[in-house]
Design a protein around this ligand. Structure first.
Ligand code: C2E
Ligand code: MG
Ligand code: MG
Length: 779
């Protein structure tokens, strides 16, 4: 079977046809052989039957001659008298005369016991005698022609009684069947005739053989050779004759098979020749047929290979029969359909589905193509700063429509740009041809201004607020990958620094990489639960009337790899950027709450301020986490102040305010940190869930030297009090500031002058001293 699978289709068809024709030829040949044999056998049988009939007729004719002669002899009066008188001379003469007349070979007169009285033939009377048994049988069967052998010759004999009127003697009349008769019989029957005595002894034959000693064996050994086979040369059939003697007499009819063989062989040869011709013709036809079938298949296979190589424009026109032609047209159609689908898939793989602009992969590819020469280019990555607000306030559909409108505008600016693409979310990328005069700033500004023109989206007029990062090719790099990264870094810096456009500067890439490395190690440290690198410090915040128990602001420290301390401002910012802040805040809460619990259990009811970011408050699980934490460590919310920067509460979404309000209702206090630098008016804080305002240390540190700061701080304190907020001044480094703040009726102060941030172990002693110094009742 495996062998068959390896044969080519063309050869298979050829083999099939050739085998069928070959088998057909064999069957026809076998049938011819069998039929011819049957016909020949029949013909042979017929010939033998005819020959037998002729032989019988011949012998019968001889017999009737004998009967007539015997009757004439036995009716001859003179003869009868001679017999009665035993007149030997007359008997002899009568026998001779009658014998001559019918040309008989045997004319014998016997007495009643069968003893020969007289014989016409000397030979017969002297040398040969019929044996007694033969004579007895002849006597017992008068008037019956019988055969007997005398001296190795065969005779046809008949006995008739001589009556006068009683039987006196018998006459035996007979003919010898001589060689001439045998030859004559051969001519008459067309077959060779042989007479046998005792089935063995050949008496007479028309067959010409070299040896006659064992006739039958010699006859059987006569063979006619055919190809590598041998066939009997003769067919023979025997017929028993009525024997007068003891030994049977028979005649054998022998037919030569040569004529039949000749005819048979000729027919076989003709058939064989015809079969061969037929096989050759069938083979040629099958080759043509196989080729006519496999050639189109080959072409179709070639077409399939072309399609596999992506050459879908190729098609095939065949004229090889309806089915194959239909198959070819299906192939052509398949190629077109695959092409359409592949084009679609390729388009989807290379373009952004929403805007139809090239995606980031394609942008990279296009950069490769455009970075071939020295032509200077401007690469601009820009993002929609207010996209989140648009999404939150106007819904995802409007936000999507804004992106589409922006993409459409980019397309209409085709002449001014080389190409544009969408990187991700609200980030886009455009390549502009650089101004040969080197005024790139102007080119970029004009490009952004054009994009910032208000859009009309679903009856709404929307103005997009864009940030852009810019790199210059080849000045800032020549590798597409590098340039893409650097442009993205420039965009990040534009966002961080709140710049409209940030031009990439040398070293920013490296700094970015360091930031990435720092983010990664911070992630690992947080995942490892602080890993002994994170810990908390506590900075006291005291009331200026010295009547309250001080509260401690919890400040995080990171001793990276247990070596250098990383600025909290830096890594807190990184954590916010990398969305790690929620995990960091959770860690801080667990740590601070557990510390407070420990202090409370020792009897020091110390409160703490914990810094949180807008991202924490916007997190859906933050509120429940904080509440469960307070429950877990059995620290009442009244001991906790949540500090949120002015920037965070002003710019972030409603969910922050909602969460803050709910936490405040639960008993937590809320402070606005670093107030003053965000330049938002205090009246904006009205109605927000806020308890205290923490004036930024930049106003406080040099308070006594800056009348301007004094004015700002004084008026802010006044206004805050008017709005019902408590005021904290942080960054109090000297007594002068303290005095001034006291005069300005500030409520709380925090700063190095009071205490630097303390390790957790140092808090209780400091607290104890403070309570003692100010005669406060111990908590
Ligand atoms: P912040 O919340 O305004 O904290 C006050 C910062 O001012 C602290 O810096 C503190 O050490 C410093 N400071 C206090 N008094 C004085 C003073 O008299 N003179 C001067 N020059 N500095 C003073 P620190 O610990 O480096 O923290 C910096 C900022 O990092 C914090 O500002 C806060 O925004 C953030 N931060 C610190 N810890 C955490 C935290 O656990 N979570 C979050 N989200 N942010 C934290
Ligand atoms: Mg703070
Ligand atoms: Mg602060």
């Amino acid at each position: 079977m495996q062998f068959l699978q390896q044969i080519k289709l063309r050869n298979k068809i050829f083999l099939l046809c050739a085998t069928l024709v070959f088998l057909t030829a064999i069957v026809i040949q076998a049938n011819t052989w069998w039929s011819a044999n049957r016909v020949n056998e029949k013909l042979l049988q017929e010939d033998v039957s005819k020959a037998k009939a002729i032989l019988s007729q011949y012998l019968n004719a001889q017999a009737s001659l004998l009967v007539t002669a015997s009757k004439v002899l036995t009716a001859d009066f003179g003869f009868k008298r001679a017999v009665a008188t035993s007149d030997e001379a007359t008997i002899q003469s009568a026998l001779d005369n009658h014998g001559d007349r019918i040309n008989a070979d045997v004319m014998v007169l016997t007495d009643m016991s069968g003893r020969v009285i007289s014989s016409s033939t000397e030979k017969m009377s002297i040398q040969t005698r019929l044996d007694d048994e033969a004579v007895a049988r002849l006597i017992a069967n008068p008037n019956t022609v019988m055969f007997a052998t005398l001296d190795k010759h065969i005779y046809q004999l008949m006995l008739l009684p001589v009556r006068a009127p009683h039987i006196m003697a018998y006459t035996i009349v007979g003919f010898e069947i001589e060689q001439a008769s045998v030859t004559e019989l051969k001519n008459l029957t067309g077959l060779d005739i042989s007479f046998f005595q005792d089935n063995e002894h050949l008496l007479s034959t028309s067959v010409r053989l070299e040896r006659f000693d064992d006739f039958r064996k010699a006859l059987a050994q006569q063979k006619s050779s055919w190809l590598i086979f041998e066939r009997p040369a003769f067919f023979s059939e025997e017929m028993a004759l009525t024997s007068a003697g003891n030994e049977p007499v028979s005649v054998m009819l022998v037919s030569s098979l040569a004529p039949f063989y000749k005819q048979f062989d000729e027919t076989l040869a003709k058939n064989f020749l015809l079969s061969m011709l037929l096989a050759i013709a069938a083979s040629l036809l099958s080759i043509l047929f196989a080729r006519s079938l496999t050639e189109p298949l080959k072409k179709l296979g070639g077409l399939a290979q072309d399609y596999a190589r992506g050459q879908y424009s190729k098609s095939l026109e065949l004229h090889a029969g309806e089915e194959v032609d239909t198959l070819a047209s299906h192939f052509n159609e398949m190629g077109q359909q695959i092409k359409l689908r592949e084009d679609k898939i390729r388009y989807q793989a290379t373009h952004d589905v929403l805007t139809g602009l090239p995606n980031s992969g394609t942008v990279r590819q296009l950069l490769f193509e455009h970075f071939s020469g020295d032509t200077p280019l401007i690469l601009v990555a820009f993002s929609i700063h207010n996209f989140r607000q648009i999404n939150d306030r106007l819904g995802a559909d409007i936000a999507d429509a804004c992106l589409q409108a922006l993409a459409e505008r980019l397309r209409t600016m085709n002449e001014a740009t080389l190409f544009s693409g969408r990187l991700e979310g609200a980030e886009f990328f455009t390549v502009l041809p650089a101004d040969p005069d080197g005024t790139q700033v102007y080119v970029v500004d004009r490009f952004l201004t054009e994009l910032e023109h208000a859009f009309k989206v679903s009856e709404l007029t929307i103005k997009l607020d864009l940030h852009a990062g810019v790199t210059l090719y080849p000045h800032d790099g020549i590798q597409p990958e590098t340039m893409l990264r650097r442009t993205d870094i420039a965009l990040d810096l534009a966002r961080q620094n709140k710049q409209r456009i940030h031009y990439y500067e040398d070293g920013e890439d490296e700094a970015h990489m360091q930031r990435l490395a720092m983010i990664e190690s911070l992630r690992q440290v947080i995942l490892a639960g602080g890993n002994d690198q994170l810990f908390m410090m506590y900075q006291p915040k005291i009331s200026l009337d010295y009547q309250e128990q001080p509260k401690m602001e919890a400040l995080i420290r990171w001793q990276r790899d247990n070596k250098h301390f990383v600025s909290p401002e830096l890594f807190v910012n990184l954590a916010e950027e990398a969305s790690l802040i929620i995990d960091l805040t959770y860690w801080v809460f667990e740590n601070v709450m557990s510390q407070l619990q420990a202090w409370h259990q020792k009897g020091y009811l110390i409160g703490a301020a914990i810094n949180v970011s807008a991202q924490d408050l916007a997190h859906p699980e933050f509120e429940s986490f904080v509440l469960s934490c307070s429950e877990k460590y059995q620290v009442s919310p009244s001991f906790i102040t949540l500090e949120l920067t002015e920037r965070d509460i002003m710019h972030d979404e409603a969910s922050v305010v909602v969460s803050l309000r709910s936490l405040r209702q639960a008993g937590f206090s809320v402070a606005i940190d670093d107030y003053g630098i965000g330049q938002s008016s205090l009246s904006k804080l009205k109605g927000l869930p806020v308890d205290e305002i923490k004036l930024d240390k930049s106003f406080i540190m040099n308070l006594q030297q800056s009348p301007k700061d004094q004015l700002i701080v004084c008026s802010t304190i006044e206004l805050a009090h008017g709005l019902g907020f408590l005021v904290v001044a942080e960054g109090v480094e000297n007594e002068a500031s303290l005095t001034l703040l006291k005069q300005m009726r500030c409520d709380y102060i925090q700063g190095y002058y009071i205490s630097r941030p303390l390790a957790a172990e140092a808090v209780v002693p400091w607290q104890r001293d403070y309570v003692n110094e100010n005669n406060l009742s111990p908590s």
